[in-house]
Write a protein that binds this ligand. Structure first.
Ligand SMILES: [Zn+2]
Length: 619
């Protein structure tokens, strides 16, 4: 359930409003007190926030779902409503509600606090300079980002003004030849960069910006002699705007035959090509369950002008997994509308894989008789294009269609190879119903029995599953290692698990009293566990009870700590579970001591140890 802006009537609004919305940009840095931040966290329940991204199901004391930070098929992402924490047992990411928003939305700390505060309708403090956060590095980073947004925004405004002036006559003619009207130009904030070496630079200097900041925003380039020149010259300029309305970069299209055809802003602090999409700021409001992904900015602009406002483009790179996940978040289904040439079709196959891995339902629109959506609409009209969208092929149909064109099926050898390739494609389809449905159709088309193809699919899937299991195990071990700083082997897995459970249970006073009598800090075999134990013991000693959020912040949000504290233990009899864990840990302590003494050949101490265990080891 995403909160979307209410749709507006399609009536023509004053265009200036659109335009000003794009080129806003006011620098003001909010400063937050600790109290303000806890209020923000109190008013934004972690379950509410995460539920807008992840489908959560209740299991025991916590909620589980598919992790939004890595690809998985069985849920290992866990959220505790009681403790207001999340943790992924697959990839080891965890934290509180702010951490989640920071990671998921790619925000910095101040942005995340602001966005959650706005959500809770809290007033944002603007000049609370006395707070402990006021001089943090986070704030400096935030200020820089705001400055670059402002520079980009002013540059966009300038490019637009140039386009509308006499200096932009040729560019205007070009846009008219591409059938773009003024309202579209305005809506997208399209502009023109003069074919001069420092037109923009002079303009921005005049506005008081420093060269070094203009360079950091990606708009100028430094020569060897230290002088700067404009990056974009003689190009139609498309501002790239993030979903929050900030101008983060530009795509500059050459007019005519200039090379390269498209020149984009470089990666900057505010422009991450793999995590943004052109026109998503507009398309996200389309209320359409589909999203169309295209290759060129011009395609997107052209279809928007024709009322198809759910189209976006990637930013001069192949579709990335972050972009695929974003698409999945804003739509139920993605339709790939890439160019009809070979490069476009190769990109389509890659995009299908990226979207499949991100669990996004995908269809493919095949353009025939034109090179791209822009040209197609110009030749055949928008109705024709809409019809193609409606009849877009499933990824499976598309792949089989492409594949069958490569083989001569009347040749037996080719037919066998084709069967194998088909099986490889089918083996990757998770949905059994979809698999079966196409299988019988294909079997008919190529004259190979369903059983023959099925057998090959089963063989491949079994192989894949075993490989996936092995991978998952290695990943889990690596995550555990990086969180605790220690090697987790098969042998000590049970001990490590017992220590974790015990530390979790010990946050309750009764269990702590029970455990503290039997077990010392030294008995914990993992360093991180000893550190947590020490903290817990000390807290009780000082007459307090450990508070989960204090423990987490004491360990600076170490995911290993979050994993332990997260309420995911599903234990019915806590006392019984604690005693079992204590025994496992003590048994391991005994084993370690014994091995050490054996290695040293210290028989006296060894006998002492064994006798000690006999005396105390009744349980
Ligand atoms: Zn994960």
């Amino acid at each position: 359930m995403r909160v979307r802006e209410t749709s507006r009537p399609p009536a023509r609004r004053t265009l200036v409003t659109d335009f000003i919305k794009i080129y806003k940009g006011v620098i003001s840095v909010p400063k937050f007190s600790r109290e303000f931040i806890s209020e923000v966290m109190d008013k934004n329940d972690i379950v509410d926030i995460i539920s807008t991204y992840v489908k959560l199901k209740k299991t025991g004391g916590s909620l589980k779902g598919l992790c939004p930070f890595h690809n998985e098929k069985t849920p290992s992402f866990s959220v505790s409503p009681d403790k207001q924490l999340f943790y992924c047992f697959g990839c080891g990411v965890g934290g509180n509600v702010l951490d989640f928003v920071i990671k998921r939305e790619n925000l910095d700390f101040v942005e995340a606090v602001t966005s959650l505060a706005e959500r809770a309708r809290m007033e944002i403090p603007q000049d609370n300079y006395g707070s402990e956060y006021s001089k943090s590095a986070q704030d400096a980073a935030y200020e820089k980002k705001q400055l670059y947004y402002k520079i980009n925004s002013d540059a966009g405004r300038y490019f637009y003004d140039v386009l509308m002036s006499s200096a932009g006559t040729n560019a205007q003619q070009y846009l008219i030849s591409r059938k773009l009207d003024n309202s579209t130009i305005n809506k997208f904030g399209i502009g023109f960069a003069k074919d001069e070496w420092n037109a923009l630079l002079a303009h921005l200097r005049n506005k008081g910006y420093k060269d070094i900041d203009i360079e950091a925003a990606g708009l100028i380039v430094k020569r060897d002699n230290g002088e700067y020149y404009d990056r974009f010259r003689g190009r139609i300029m498309f501002p790239i705007i993030d979903v929050r309305g900030n101008v983060i970069g530009f795509g500059g299209r050459a007019m005519g035959d200039g090379q390269p055809k498209y020149l984009n802003s470089p990666e900057t602090v505010v422009f991450n090509k793999s995590r943004n999409l052109f026109a998503l700021n507009l398309a996200k409001n389309s209320k359409n369950s589909q999203m169309l992904i295209m290759e060129g900015y011009m395609d997107v602009v052209a279809v928007h002008q024709n009322g198809i406002i759910n189209a976006v483009a990637s930013l001069g790179t192949a579709l990335t997994s972050d972009q695929a996940k974003m698409l999945g978040r804003y739509s139920k289904e993605v339709v790939i509308c890439y160019d009809s040439d070979n490069a476009g079709q190769a990109a389509t196959e890659r995009a299908i894989e990226v979207l499949r891995e991100a669990n996004v339902k995908t269809k493919i629109l095949q353009i025939e008789g034109a090179k791209d959506p822009d040209e197609l609409i110009n030749i055949r009209g928008v109705e024709f294009f809409n019809n193609l969208v409606e009849n877009a092929k499933s990824a499976l149909e598309y792949k089989i269609h492409r594949l069958s064109a490569q083989y001569k099926l009347e040749n037996v050898d080719q037919k066998i190879e084709f069967t194998q390739r088909i099986a490889e494609i089918f083996a990757k389809v998770e949905n059994a119903v979809e698999r079966e449905a196409y299988l019988s159709k294909i079997s008919n088309d190529v004259g190979i029995s369903v059983e023959a193809i099925s057998a090959e699919i089963r063989r491949l899937r079994f192989k894949d599953e075993r490989a996936a299991e092995a991978r998952a195990e290695t990943v889990a071990a690596r995550v555990a290692e990086s969180n605790t700083g220690e090697r987790i082997t098969q042998k000590n897995k049970a001990v490590v698990a017992a220590e974790k459970l015990l530390l979790n249970l010990m946050c309750e006073k009764a269990i702590f009293n029970l455990a503290a009598n039997k077990i010392t800090i030294k008995d914990f075999s993992v360093l991180l566990h000893r550190q947590i134990a020490l903290y817990v013991y000390d807290t009780y000693k000082s007459g307090k009870k450990p508070d989960v959020h204090e423990v987490v912040s004491h360990f600076e949000g170490n995911p290993g700590v979050i994993e332990i504290l997260l309420d995911d233990k599903n234990v019915e009899d806590k006392e019984k579970a604690a005693i079992e864990s204590i025994n496992i840990v003590l048994e391991d302590t005994f084993r370690r001591k014994k091995e050490k003494l054996l290695a040293e050949g210290n028989e006296t101490e060894l006998l002492k140890l064994i006798n000690q265990k006999k005396k105390g080891g009744a349980e």
